[in-house]
Design a protein around this ligand. Structure first.
Ligand SMILES: [Mg+2]
Length: 381
């Protein structure tokens, strides 16, 4: 079997899909994207595809070596995300060739259901409470919320109180048997994060995500030592070498993104690395159906898996949502806040190719907003 064609599709709301075709008619799908830089990743996929045409798709480990290292320059979000999407597609093809789900090829299932969480917005505590109630009604047992929108590097007492009030409102609706994760989004300075972690500690968040920007990763150890709150990070880290320092520094939850951190092949290794630190895996996934399918395949065969993000109804999903490009939505029908293990071959999702091709004709030019502080200076989004 040989790879004969690699195509990419720029589809709403802000995603990029790739399709790898073989001479035997087997097709694999992947999701290589950096949100806001999809066109750049598309160009990277086109260049990397030169290494795959004419090759046996089943030699995934070897392709991963060539794709990540064969160009001499390596790593970073664009190249690692391009490799990630191609890696998804190769695993999808392998599963279809062997007639097995990807998690079976990776050693078999260690669980039959995967706990997923839902994103909730709401600037006002009352509106947030309503959104959480709706997710509880839908069966979810955990939600994730942003701590704050645009924020000053060090907040006023009122700014701090607003964050605490919203997390408290979430805790009140959720009760003691459900979870809330809080995303700092790297919006606070290290000192600001330390103060906020202290303030929300009694509310017992499942974890606090990106308390520090990636470039402040060297401060992780002191922050982790200053708080009992489990710290999570990883959506802006692109391989196991970048996870080693933050795991060594004491993060509790590793959050590689299946579309950014070298795909299934590398995230499995990141999970194994995290296991040696007693850390759990919670893959980042505010993305599309292929990225989520790849995440679930990892979750089903990873012992130290904690919880999975998914983007159903997330604020980014305008014009298309998680289920828009699927012929069969069953794999993402969550029951009691859990995805059920499927035995479908490959990634376990059936892509609606004509919908994807139609969406690509329209394309998209999604960009994240650029925020400014009141004085006009740049603010972290
Ligand atoms: Mg995040």
């Amino acid at each position: 079997m040989k790879i004969v064609r690699v195509e990419t599709f720029l589809v709403a709301p802000r995603w990029l899909f790739c399709r790898v075709e073989t001479d035997e008619g087997l097709v694999g799908w992947g999701e290589p994207v950096v949100e806001g830089r999809a066109e750049v990743v598309r160009a990277a996929v086109d260049v990397l595809a030169e290494q795959l045409i004419g090759q046996d798709p089943l030699r995934i480990q070897d392709h991963w070596q060539v794709l990540t290292k064969g160009g001499f320059y390596r790593g970073g979000p664009v190249l690692s995300s391009a490799v990630a999407g191609l890696d998804h597609a190769l695993w999808d093809i392998a599963g279809k060739a062997y007639g097995a789900p990807v998690h079976a090829l990776l050693g078999g299932a260690v669980r039959d259901t995967v706990r997923v969480y839902a994103w909730v917005g709401g600037d006002e505590p009352a509106r947030l409470a309503d959104e959480i109630s709706a997710q509880i009604e839908a069966g979810f047992t955990a939600v994730k919320m942003n701590a704050a929108g645009r924020t000053e590097p060090l907040t006023t007492p009122a700014g701090t109180a607003a964050v605490v009030e919203r997390v408290a409102a979430a805790r009140e609706v959720l009760g003691p048997h459900r979870d809330v994760a809080v995303d700092f989004h790297g919006r606070f300075t290290p000192a600001g994060a330390r103060r906020l972690l202290h303030e929300i500690t009694p509310l017992h968040p499942l974890f606090v995500e990106e308390p520090l920007l990636p470039e402040h990763g060297h401060l992780t150890a002191s922050l982790a030592a200053s708080t009992p709150v489990p710290l999570a990070t990883g959506e802006r880290l692109y391989g196991r070498a970048e996870f080693l320092p933050v795991l060594s520094a004491g993060i509790a939850v590793a959050q590689p993104d299946l579309s950014h951190a070298g795909g299934i092949t590398e995230v499995i290794r990141i999970a194994a690395l995290a296991e040696t630190f007693g850390a759990q895996l919670a893959p980042h996934c505010p993305l599309g159906p292929i990225s989520l399918a790849a995440s679930l395949q990892v979750a089903f065969c990873t012992p130290n898996f904690l919880i999975q993000e998914q983007s159903l109804g997330i604020h980014y999903n305008k014009d298309a949502d998680l289920l828009s490009y699927l012929l069969d939505t069953e794999p993402f029908r969550f029951t009691d806040g859990h995805a059920r293990r499927s035995t479908l071959p490959g990634l376990g999702v059936t892509i609606d190719e004509s919908a994807v091709r139609a969406a690509d004709r329209a394309g998209h030019a999604w960009r994240n907003p650029v925020w400014r502080h009141a004085d006009g200076s740049f603010a972290e989004w």
